[in-house]
Design a protein around this ligand. Structure first.
Ligand SMILES: Nc1nc2c(c(=O)[nH]1)N[C@H]1C(S)=C(S)[C@@H](COP(=O)(O)O)O[C@H]1N2
Ligand SMILES: [Mo]
Length: 456
C-alpha cells in the first residue's frame, strides 16, 4: 500500500475543530451521523477497502461492461429455461408433482406443458444446465472486475446508497447461491433431497429481482462503456465508476486478452459438459458431468438415473406377482404382465431428458398406449389426467400426475420394451411410463397402478 492511501478527502474536519465548547449532547441520530462522518473522514482502514490496494490495470468500465453484457444475455436465458423447467414438472396439477410449499403466486405463469416437439425438455434443460456451467468463468471474472467497488469505503454512505448496497448483496449472494446449488445438484445427484428444487426456485426469484434492479441502473452505463472502446478512463473520474486503479501495476495481458482467456475457460467447460446433454457416444466427452451408473451396452445400455437397488425395489415387487391396476370412473381392471403384453403394442422413439441436464438420444420404446389403458376403464376420447404410481415405497419420484394432453398423445406409452429388448430392471421392468417432451422425472419406472381422472 502506498503512503498516500490514507489521505483525508478535502474538507474533512480535523478533530481539533470539533466540539471545543460544552454543547448539549446531540440526539442519537445526530450522534450516529457524526460517527459516520468521522469514519468517512478517516478514510478506509488499511487493506482491500483502499482504492490503491487493487492494482490490476485491466479493471475498468470496459472490462466490467463486456462481462456484464454477456451475463445479461446468459442469465436471462438461464432464468427463462429455469422457469420452463418448472412448468414442465406440472406443478399445478398435483401436490406430489411439486415439492415447493406455498409457491402461491409464483406459479402465475404456468401453462400446460406441450408434448411436441418431443425433444423440447431435452433442449431447454440441456441449455439450462450447460449454460449454467459455461457461465461460471464469466461470473467469476465479472466479480473479480468489480471487487474494488464491492469493498468501497464507507460501506454505506446514505439511505439510498444503503439500498443500492443491499441490492448488490442480494445480487452477488443470489448469483453465488443459484450457481452453487445448481452445480452441486447436477454433480452430486440430488445432495439436497427434496429441497434443492425449493431452494433453487425461491433463490431464483430473489436473485432475478436484484438482477433486474441492477440491470436497470447499470445497463446505460455498460453500453456507454462498450461504445467508448477499451481505452481506460482516468481513475476517480465519473466514467471510471470506481473500477480503475489509481496506481495500476504494469500490464501482463491486454484487456481483450483477459476476455479471451475467460472465453477459453468457458469453451473448455462447454467441451467437457455438453456431451452429457447430447448423450450416446458423446457422453464419454463429458468429463465434468456426473457419469452416474455405468449403463453398460446393449439395448438397455443408456444412462440410468436411479437403479432398482438404489431405491429399494425388491425382486418380489417386479416378479411374477407383479400386477398392473388400472382405475378410473369407479371401475378397476387388474392385469398380469402377460395380459399387458397381449394388448396392442405401439412404438415411439423418445429420449430421456433429466432435470440434471443429461439426456439420451431417442430410444425406441414399445408398449401400450396410455389411451388404450384408459379405454379399459371406460375413458373415451376426452381421457383425463392420470396418477401414475410405482412399486417404489416412497421417495420423490415414486409417483407422478400426468396431464390430459400428455395422456392423449399417441406416443405416450406404458413401455415394456426398449430398443427391441425387454426393459432391464434398472430401466423400470416390468413397465414404465414414457411421455414425449416431458422431464425424465415424469417417466415413472416400475409402474404398478394408473388412476385416470385422479385429482390427487
Ligand atoms: N419409480 C421411479 N421412477 C423414476 C425415477 C425414480 O427414482 N423412481 N427417476 C426418474 C428420473 S429423475 C429420471 S431422469 C428417469 C430416468 O430413467 P432411466 O433411469 O431409465 O434413464 O426415471 C424417472 N423415473
Ligand atoms: Mo431425473
Amino acid at each position: 500500500m502506498g503512503a498516500g492511501d490514507g489521505e483525508r478527502p478535502p474538507g474533512a474536519a480535523t478533530p481539533a475543530a470539533a466540539g471545543k465548547k460544552a454543547v448539549p449532547r446531540p440526539k442519537r441520530g445526530a450522534r450516529l451521523r457524526t460517527a459516520l462522518d468521522s469514519a468517512v473522514a478517516a478514510g478506509p482502514p488499511p487493506g482491500p477497502a483502499r482504492p490503491g490496494f487493487w492494482r490490476s490495470p485491466l479493471r475498468g468500465p470496459w472490462l466490467t461492461a463486456v462481462f456484464g453484457l454477456i451475463l445479461l444475455v446468459g442469465i436471462t436465458v438461464l432464468f427463462v429455461t429455469g422457469l420452463l423447467s418448472y412448468i414442465a414438472y406440472n406443478p399445478d396439477l398435483a401436490a406430489l408433482n411439486d415439492q415447493t410449499p406455498d409457491k402461491g403466486w409464483l406459479g402465475f405463469y404456468l401453462f400446460a406443458w406441450p408434448t411436441s416437439p418431443y425433444w423440447l425438455y431435452r433442449l431447454t434443460q440441456g441449455v439450462h444446465v450447460v449454460l449454467g456451467i459455461v457461465l461460471v468463468p464469466v461470473l467469476l471474472a465479472k466479480l473479480w472486475s468489480v471487487i474494488p467497488k464491492l469493498l468501497e469505503w464507507p460501506p454505506v454512505r446514505s439511505a439510498g446508497h444503503g439500498i443500492e448496497r443491499l441490492s448488490l448483496l442480494l445480487l452477488v449472494g443470489g448469483a453465488g447461491f443459484e450457481f452453487v446449488t445448481g452445480i452441486l445438484n447436477v454433480q452430486l445427484h440430488y445432495i439436497f433431497p427434496g429441497s434443492f428444487y425449493t431452494l433453487h426456485f425461491y433463490g431464483a426469484w430473489v436473485f432475478i429481482g436484484a438482477f433486474v434492479v441492477h440491470v436497470t441502473f447499470r445497463l446505460p452505463r455498460a453500453i456507454r462503456a462498450v461504445r467508448a472502446g477499451h481505452a481506460q478512463p482516468e481513475a476517480g473520474s465519473d466514467e471510471a465508476a470506481g473500477l480503475v486503479s489509481p496506481r495500476p501495476a504494469e500490464p501482463t495481458i491486454s484487456r481483450r486478452g483477459a476476455v479471451g482467456m475467460v472465453g477459453l475457460g468457458s469453451l473448455a467447460l462447454l467441451v467437457v459438459t455438453a456431451g452429457q446433454s447430447i448423450g450416446g457416444w458423446w457422453r464419454q466427452t463429458a468429463l465434468l458431468a456426473p457419469h452416474g451408473q455405468e449403463p453398460g451396452s446393449g439395448p438397455n445400455g443408456f444412462q440410468i438415473n436411479k437403479t432398482a437397488a438404489s431405491v429399494g425395489i425388491r425382486a418380489s415387487d417386479i416378479g411374477p406377482a407383479w400386477r398392473l391396476t388400472v382405475r378410473g370412473a369407479g371401475r378397476q381392471v387388474v392385469l398380469t404382465r402377460e395380459e399387458v403384453l397381449a394388448m396392442k403394442q405401439y412404438e415411439a422413439a423418445l429420449p430421456i431428458a433429466c432435470v440434471e441436464g443429461w439426456s439420451t438420444p431417442d430410444q425406441l420404446w414399445s408398449g401400450v398406449r396410455l389411451t388404450d389403458l384408459a379405454a379399459l376403464v371406460g375413458q373415451g376420447r376426452d381421457t383425463p389426467r392420470v396418477l401414475v404410481e410405482s412399486v417404489q415405497r416412497g421417495g420423490s419420484f415414486s409417483s407422478v400426475v400426468l396431464r390430459d394432453n400428455q395422456v392423449r398423445d399417441h406416443r405416450s406409452l406404458l413401455a415394456v420394451r426398449v430398443n427391441g429388448a425387454v426393459l432391464s430392471p434398472d430401466h423400470g421392468y416390468p413397465a414404465r411410463v414414457i411421455v414425449p417432451g416431458a422431464p425424465g422425472v415424469n417417466n415413472t419406472k416400475w409402474v404398478t397402478r394408473l388412476t385416470f381422472g385422479e385429482p390427487a
